[in-house]
Design a binder for this molecule. Structure first.
Ligand code: ZN
Length: 247
């Protein structure tokens, strides 16, 4: 057995999270059996995917159709200088597999649209919205509603991150919160803001999958990292939402 293989299966690997309050070996087993779909391996997606990988999620699906650009390197830490021009799913897969060879990582380097999304998400237990565009986010939102699975939504702009846990009909859906897409613009962002917000998405997913803690249902946190003032907003369903008001 190679050293990598023995480390991958070493029961001590997850020791420090198994001793968390309310956790035990069975809690870890819940993660091992889980499938998470991470939409986008950009600024948010690198933080989310890395933290799900080290936590020992059984199956991680990563989706992105972009190639690595030099302007990505200030925040998208799974992609290295040598990867500029490579598919993000390939460089992401390479790095995540090296970090934890004991989990299954499935890559999709194709566009998410109405024709592709259901098959790609498949039987995932939860989806993580790490997209940087609203058409993709809306498609993912509709898929999550159809499948009855939650979606962890996050966004970043400049020094600000925002985060919420959507599980319609219990909570608003993305279209309740954003009935129309904001205009696209070049995103100003500090890498640490993207990374930490993506890590928080992973925390929300891990809490849901293990039944531990309390998810950000009907709440959104707005994190102004320029002052480290965090605000919690109570968010509501749109009674006229075309997607979820009838659920
Ligand atoms: Zn809605």
């Amino acid at each position: 057995m190679s050293n990598e293989k023995s480390v991958a299966t070493d029961p001590m690997r997850y020791r420090r999270q198994v001793i968390l309050p309310d956790w035990d070996e069975e809690t870890q087993e819940l993660l091992t059996k889980a499938t998470v779909f991470v939409a986008g391996v950009g600024g948010l997606g690198c933080g989310a995917a890395l933290n799900l990988t080290v936590a020992g999620i059984g199956t991680l699906k990563i989706c992105d159709m972009d190639v690595v650009d030099v302007t990505n390197l200030n925040r998208q830490f799974l992609h290295k200088e040598k990867n500029v021009g490579d598919l993000k799913t390939d460089s992401g897969y390479e790095e995540l597999s090296a970090i934890n060879s004991g989990i299954d990582i499935i890559r999709y380097n194709q566009e998410i649209n109405e024709e592709t999304v259901d098959e790609m998400v498949g039987d995932a237990d939860i989806v993580i919205d790490c997209f940087d565009n609203f058409p993709g986010r809306y498609t993912l939102n509709k898929c999550a509603i159809r499948k009855g699975i939650p979606m962890v939504h996050a966004g970043i702009w400049g020094m600000e991150g925002r985060l919420t846990f959507l599980q319609s009909p219990e909570t608003p859906c993305l279209s309740c919160l954003f009935p129309s897409a904001p205009p696209r613009a070049e995103l100003p962002v500090l890498g640490a803001v993207a990374c930490s917000t993506g890590a928080m998405q992973a925390i929300e997913a891990i809490k849901y999958l293990t039944g531990r803690g309390k998810n950000l249902k009907n709440r959104m946190i707005i994190m102004d990292m320029s002052t480290m003032r965090f605000q919690e907003l109570h968010i509501k369903k749109n009674p006229n939402c075309p997607l979820c008001s009838k659920l």
